[in-house]
Unconditional design. Structure first.
Length: 319
């Protein structure tokens, strides 16, 4: 966790913006019987990060979150009371694993809002939910519609395990081939359907779909190819990493191409000069529908540190 926080700080200085979130894990990261001690450690780490941040000049905003135990776990209320109750004012969001219904979210929020009040937080703490079962996928539209849910992530390995052996282990991997064809996480029909359901529901309600992990972290090319497929083919706008070596390949894959950023910058500038009336660029008509798209390209380029320092589009993101 400390290495992730240090890397976030280093890359924020490099790119001039915080290009990835750090989620400190109280669920799988905590040993059985050591849940309280682990939650205390997470709260201390968050507090230390933001204590160092106070008074620092020209520091990009840090985005640090925590994942707590499932709402049905005996340690859930304890996690929330310790982490949110102590450092809730610093958290960018809270990750709720193994959510299956809107009722699960509402139950969790009763604890979260009480702890947020204890911490002195004055705005609602955003919730990110982790969809990890067939029932959760069946309810994903309702989850995406929930006003407090900011993002939905896909929990691949738990999703496969939840099918009781009906989905082969190959579906937790990438690039696997066997006698019946490709059955990896990008091609097994049930896994692929779940990913598309999540992405579609999120886009319908303006929420952020976050793709699952790729466990083959030592193969940077496979990692970047997987991230590109998640972004370009499946419509995910974020992706989880499980190792620091995965972060740059994910950023590269999710970032717009340089030529696309340059075109977007040109089109937005020309459109602004024309009072947002229709314009012609390279023999193609552009109007407000395409302006929205190219503005989103610039936003993504800014978030991934891809806008060149001398690009006039930089001024749109100066504070």
């Amino acid at each position: 966790m400390t290495k992730s926080l240090d890397l976030q700080s280093q890359m924020a200085q490099e790119f001039g913006t915080s290009v990835f979130d750090v989620t400190l894990d109280c669920e799988d990261g905590a040993p059985v019987g050591g849940e309280r001690r682990h939650a205390d450690m997470v709260a201390t780490l968050v507090n230390d990060v933001f204590a160092k941040h106070v008074g620092a000049r020209s520091q990009p905003v840090r985005r640090v979150a925590a994942r707590v135990h499932p709402v049905t776990h005996p340690a859930f209320a304890q996690d929330v009371a310790i982490v949110v109750g102590r450092v809730g004012t610093h958290l960018s969001h809270l990750m709720l694993p193994k959510i299956e219904t809107v009722a699960d979210v509402d139950q969790a929020l009763r604890h979260i809002d009480a702890a947020s009040q204890t911490a002195g937080r004055t705005t609602p703490l955003p919730i990110h939910v982790l969809v990890e079962s067939p029932l959760a996928v069946a309810n994903v539209v309702a989850l995406a519609a929930h006003v407090r849910v900011e993002s939905i992530s896909f929990g691949l390995m738990d999703f496969v395990s939840a099918h009781g052996g009906a989905i082969p282990a190959a579906a937790m991997q990438v690039g696997v081939r066997d006698g019946v064809g490709d059955l990896d996480q990008f091609s097994h029909p049930l896994v692929l359907r779940a990913k598309l359901e999540i992405a579609s529901a999120c886009h319908a309600f303006g929420k952020t779909p976050s793709h699952c992990v790729v466990t083959e972290f030592k193969d940077a090319r496979a990692m970047e190819a997987s991230a590109r497929r998640a972004s370009r083919q499946l419509g995910f706008t974020r992706m989880w990493s499980i190792h620091p070596d995965q972060i740059r390949p994910i950023l590269n894959a999710f970032a717009p191409d340089k030529s696309e950023v340059e075109l977007a910058s040109h089109i937005v500038r020309e459109a602004q000069s024309a009072g947002w009336a229709p314009i012609s660029v390279q023999g193609q008509l552009h109007d407000r529908a395409s302006y929205r798209y190219y503005w989103q390209v610039l936003e993504k380029a800014h978030q991934t540190g891809q806008i060149a320092p001398n690009d006039p589009a930089q001024r749109y993101f100066e504070h």
